[in-house]
Design a protein around this ligand. Structure first.
Ligand code: ADP
Ligand code: MG
Length: 412
């Protein structure tokens, strides 16, 4: 379930399964419509989703976005006996509350930035010992709840925005030490007991080249990251993901689904910035096309305690590069109704997944949101993958198209 390019990539990977699953997607989008049957049910309609899962006789629900997990979709499905890939609300709180996430990390001994949780701006200012400092809304904020304040006036402004004006409805704020380094996304499949790391990835959050401009939902990604091979990923997983699973288990929470660590590779080793509880967007668009193992088997096994015990992952040797095409005005706003051309002209080594798209009047595909499409190409190395991703991205056209030109440049 879900309607973005991440979900489109998941649908692609599931349809590659030799078990030939029948895939239905709620609510999906104009691209997913070409490959799976759609159900017109919103991501926040938990009752509607549960009802549909039962009436459709669904064997496995794969949840894309975080909000329904935080709202208890997995719990509601479990209550009616439908298998769900994605944690219960108690586990999803790792993403739903940054304060809870920090508390679990400290209890589990996972390396993370020093922090304080505060409830009013004056306490926030007092908690700060140096600048820059990072100020984070406690709840879900769609990637907009984090401010890096360079001085006291910026910190005060951010604290008041969050705690007095209640911009995201949060009552608490995490004030945390600023870390330097390169960022890494390391996702792991979890079966309640153990964590199985996926290939490493990096995403690009800022709208403009050179990491300038405001944060977005993600403008591109690539996988794997050359400095984080399978052995290093396993190391990080053992010091980051596994202790968190163990800590949750000790609290009676069996975590099934993706545990996504957003990491900073600091001079003192990797430190966790945050956990998400679902596949990343746009990392998933770059990770899954390289997966040679059967995703369906893996997701199903994750729902069973200890189900991943003997699982091994096989990856294509190529590098995958994903370039996101966004519409005019993104991320402050977005535009819709612009006709998209060139979708049929991309090469066979390229996969285009849809996010903000819709069917226009004459059947044309048109823009319908901020992030419109993800263009993913595989190549023998990052340079080759970049070249083919960008040539496809250039063939696809619509008014106001925005894209970054430097995705995976640092790996090429
Ligand atoms: N302690 C930190 N030091 C430096 N940068 C940070 C820190 N925490 C977060 N950031 C930056 O802010 C971004 C968003 O923070 P994150 O905790 O991932 O929240 P969210 O994804 O929910 O917005 C990170 O990807 C990173 O670029
Ligand atoms: Mg993040």
């Amino acid at each position: 379930m879900g309607g973005g390019a991440r979900e489109h990539a998941i649908v692609h990977a599931l349809l590659r399964s030799p078990r030939r699953p029948e895939v239905t997607c709620a609510p999906g989008n104009a691209g997913i419509a070409g490959e799976a049957r759609l159900l017109d049910i919103d991501a926040d309609d938990i009752d509607g989703l549960v009802r549909a899962a039962r009436s459709e006789g669904v064997d496995l629900v794969v949840v894309g976005p975080e909000a329904p997990l935080v709202a208890g979709l997995a719990d509601a499905l479990a209550a009616v006996g439908v298998r769900c890939f994605g944690p219960t609300a108690a586990g999803a709180a790792l993403e739903g509350s940054k304060a809870f996430c920090k508390e679990v990390m400290v209890a589990a001994g996972v390396p993370t930035a020093a922090y304080r949780v505060v409830e009013d701006p004056a306490d926030g200012i007092e908690a700060i010992s140096s600048y820059p400092v990072v100020i984070k809304a406690d709840g879900l904020a769609a990637g907009k709840g984090v401010v890096i304040a360079r001085d006291e006036s910026e910190a005060r402004e951010a604290l008041e925005d969050l705690l007095v004006r209640r911009r995201f409805g949060t009552e608490r704020v995490v004030v945390e030490e600023h870390l330097d380094g390169e960022e890494l996304s390391l996702l792991a499949l979890c079966d309640g007991r153990s964590a199985l790391p996926l290939a490493s990835a990096q995403d690009y959050k800022r709208i403009f080249d050179g990491d300038r401009g405001p944060n977005t939902g993600g403008m591109g990604s690539y996988s794997p990251v050359p400095s984080v091979d399978a052995a290093r990923a396993a190391d990080i997983c053992a010091t980051v993901h596994q202790p968190v699973l163990d800590e949750l288990a000790a609290r009676g929470i069996s975590f099934h689904g993706v545990l996504y660590a957003g990491l900073m590779l600091t001079p003192d080793g990797p430190k966790v910035l945050e956990f998400n509880v679902r596949f990343g967007d746009p990392e998933t668009q770059a990770i899954l096309p390289r997966l040679r193992s059967d995703l369906l088997d893996l997701l199903e096994a994750s729902t069973i305690p200890g189900g991943l015990e003997n699982a091994e992952l096989e990856w294509a040797l190529e590098t995958a590069v994903t370039v996101v095409l966004a519409s005019r005005g993104y991320p402050e706003s977005s535009s819709s109704g612009d006709v998209i051309t060139g979708l049929d002209e991309v090469g066979p080594d390229v996969s285009v997944t849809h996010a903000g798209t819709a069917r226009g009047d004459a059947g044309a595909v048109v823009t319908a949101g901020g992030r419109v499409l993800s263009v993913t190409a595989l190549g023998t190395d990052a340079a080759a993958a970049r070249a083919s991703a960008y040539s496809a991205a250039d063939v696809i056209a619509f008014d106001g198209k925005q894209l970054r030109r430097d995705i995976a440049q640092r790996a090429a």
